[in-house]
Design a protein around this ligand. Structure first.
Ligand code: BGC
Length: 335
């Protein structure tokens, strides 16, 4: 009988001890647990090859660093969709967010909310200075707009009628590119900006806008394409109207479509931004912030918290040099 009891007690003791051991082990695991896997989120403005390059840059940084990267962009300009995606990044407690704001004022409170919850945010492609974003990485858009204006003024010999095609009336990059352009051409009294039309980053609207502009202004001299949708839309409209080469196009970006039109001489010049670098560097910066803390990580960037990723003026004449330059910078070339 006694032996039987002992035989019963032993397994119970073993069970208790092992449960205790489990508890100890669990607590130890808690102490030495590695930091949560870092996950960064990127918020784009529209579905377009331009944003594919941003995504590829961000994913390349994710691969180099061994961290996860998520990307989202609404199909066209959609401020509400951007805000609701930000909310969902915040509720999944990502480790950092880089974002291109279609409307910097509308998004400011949500960025602040993320920052208050300890999720660092940096602006890319277009700044949102009134939000509490820690930094901006992208083109110096006002200066780039000026470059576009000076380039077009030269091409036009200082006179002609110009229409501006853009994809946003709220995003800061669009406003700055238009302002820079206007300031540059204002030095040429012979140049008149006859209209500014917006497509809200909708491909078919961009083409329809360019076609409507051509029929409303048969004596049009040039298009200024502010966003990546706009140059190719103008080029298509000009080709369809058999006015290729006669109506000049100066625009932004260097997607494969832009480069085809540059080679054919339909787009006269384009301002090449560096979207791949924006994606790559933003994930690198967020990673530094997550690991070293924002004070140390931000010490490494300029005082004004702006990292200018640079631009190039690309024409038919320098397209090969441009390709070489991108390759030297480590930017994959898709054209
Ligand atoms: C702009 C982006 C825009 C993209 C597509 C680029 O030129 O920098 O803000 O979303 O064009 O329209």
């Amino acid at each position: 009988m006694k032996n039987k009891r002992i035989l019963l007690v032993i397994p119970v003791l073993i069970l208790l001890l092992s449960a205790c051991g489990e508890r100890v082990k669990k607590r130890e695991v808690g102490v030495v647990q590695p930091p949560k896997e870092l996950e960064f989120a990127v918020l784009g403005k529209s579905i377009h090859p331009y944003w594919d390059e941003v995504r590829m840059g961000a994913e390349a940084a994710g691969k180099d660093l061994g961290v996860k990267v998520y990307f989202y962009a609404p199909s066209k300009e959609d401020v509400r969709a951007q805000i609701s995606q930000l909310e969902s990044y915040i509720s999944s407690k990502v480790s950092g967010i880089s974002f291109g704001a279609s409307d910097p004022d509308a998004i400011a409170d949500t960025i602040k909310k993320a920052m208050d919850m300890g999720i660092p945010c940096v602006a890319i492609d277009t700044d949102a200075p009134k939000s509490e974003r820690l930094a901006y990485l992208g083109t110096g858009n006002y200066e780039a707009g000026k470059i576009a204006g000076e380039t077009l003024a030269k091409v036009l010999g200082g006179k002609g009628k110009v229409i501006i095609l853009t994809g946003s009336l709220t995003a800061l990059n669009s406003l700055e590119r238009m302002q820079g352009f206007k300031d540059a051409v204002s030095k040429y009294p012979g140049i008149k900006i006859v209209d500014t039309v917006c497509d809200y980053e909708d491909q078919s609207k961009a083409v329809a806008n360019a076609e409507a502009a051509l029929s409303a202004h048969p004596d049009l001299s040039a298009f200024y394409g502010v966003y990546a949708f706009d140059g190719p839309a103008a080029a298509l409209a000009v080709e369809r109207a058999n006015k290729a080469g006669k109506i000049k196009i100066v625009c932004f970006d260097t997607t494969p479509e832009h480069m085809e039109y540059i080679k054919k001489g339909v787009i006269t010049a384009t301002i090449g931004q560096r979207p791949y670098m924006m994606g790559y560097l933003s994930v690198m910066l967020l990673n530094n912030i997550a690991r070293a803390g924002k004070e140390k990580a931000l010490m490494m960037i300029p005082k004004d918290k702006k990292i200018d990723t640079g631009v190039d003026i690309v024409t038919k004449d320098n397209i090969d040099e441009y390709r070489k330059k991108l390759e030297e910078l480590g930017i994959p070339v898709k054209w």
